[in-house]
Design a protein around this ligand. Structure first.
Ligand code: N2P
Length: 353
């Protein structure tokens, strides 16, 4: 009995040592900065100088790849051995990734600039203590209109069902975004878990499908710029970048409401350059670096210290930094648990039709 008890003590002691990350459990080099970084980010989501400046200052070579939806990012990390040190999932996807144990905790002592993040963007419900994620940029989802071809005033998702715009419409290619026009027209939450509501939304998107030119979260920007498409479901900063080159394009948030999202910096499990990734996160949180990203991409900054350096026209734009009455019409996307499979199925059915 006594021997049994001491065996238990040894096992408990071993577990405590392991969970404290004693030197025996830390992979070699885990605390040292390595000269490489593999960064996986959304397309059109960084300033031109952000990476080259970091490479010069820190003597690091960055491999930079892009994705265009949360599902694409998830699939890459789930396949394992992606080699990525840093990725940028949205809010609800952070929660899914934490649950799937795809992320490793951030050592915030290596990221002192975390204190620059506005308090309302800290400890968000999908990661209450910022254990795994730090906000990068946020934004809204609405409708881009080319006013040269669409001369009526548009204020509703209903415009996507208007026969006059057949072949001139694009919808975001993402299971949680693509159903939003229908969900909101029907008066449902973008986080509904109700199968009947999702079916109804899918059926409405079936009806709309003959008018769609493309489902895209990336190439739609060029099609909008060139005037090939006139009406697009889009993300605030993407449309800002289009407007910079084609001032006929405007962005509105429809009266039925929409959603707002926060994208976050995370370090996947097995990242080969964890300490360098933390140094890069800390660099991204510098006021100048963070503001330069927002000024270039048009996306909104969660960085309090960066706000004074952001172009005042952007700060004044109510579709980028919505006032409270608009904010009231916007929902945050949440992890919908098992219903994720329903969204996935409904969305694939819309696209396959
Ligand atoms: C950048 C899109 C990022 C916003 N093109 C989507 N969360």
């Amino acid at each position: 009995m006594i021997r049994f008890r001491s065996l238990i003590l040894v096992v408990i002691a071993a577990l405590i040592t392991a969970s404290c990350g004693g030197s025996g459990t830390t992979p070699a080099g885990d605390n040292e900065r390595t000269p490489r970084l593999n960064f996986y980010n959304w397309s059109y989501y960084i300033a031109d100088e952000t990476i080259p400046d970091f490479e010069r200052e820190f003597g690091v070579r960055v491999r930079y790849d892009n994705f265009s939806s949360n599902s694409e990012l998830l699939a890459k990390l789930q396949a394992g051995a992606s080699g990525y040190d840093l990725a940028v999932p949205s809010d609800y996807m952070v929660q899914i990734m934490i649950n799937l144990e795809l992320l490793q905790p951030l050592r915030t002592e290596n990221i002192p600039n975390l204190e620059n993040i506005q308090s309302r963007f800290r400890n968000l419900p999908f990661d209450p203590d910022n254990r795994y994620s730090i906000p990068y940029q946020w934004g809204t989802t609405g409708i881009a209109i080319n006013t040269r071809f669409v001369t009526e005033e548009v204020d509703s998702w209903g415009v996507f069902w208007d026969e006059r715009y057949r072949g001139r419409i694009s919808i975001l290619d993402d299971m949680r975004s693509g159903l939003v026009p229908a969900l909101k027209l029907l008066g449902y939450s973008v986080n509904t878990r109700d199968e009947a509501e999702l079916r109804e939304a899918r059926d409405l998107m079936f009806e709309q499908k003959p008018l769609v030119r493309t489902y895209s979260s990336e190439t739609y920007m060029d099609l909008l710029k060139s005037g090939d498409i006139w009406i697009a479901q889009g993300w605030s900063g993407d449309i800002y970048q289009v407007t910079r080159e084609n001032p006929d394009v405007i962005f509105i948030i429809p009266k039925e409401g929409s959603y707002v999202w926060v994208d976050n910096l995370v370090i996947p499990k097995g990242a080969p350059n964890r300490t360098t990734a933390e140094a890069f996160i800390n660099y991204l949180l510098r006021p100048q670096v963070s503001a330069a990203i927002s000024n270039y991409t048009g996306y909104s900054s969660p960085n309090r210290a960066a706000l004074p350096l952001i172009n005042p026209d952007l700060l004044a734009d109510t579709s980028m930094y919505p006032p409270d009455d608009v904010m009231d019409r916007l929902e945050f996307l949440e992890d919908v648990g098992q219903a994720t499979l329903l969204y996935n199925r409904m969305w694939n059915e819309v696209k396959a039709r």
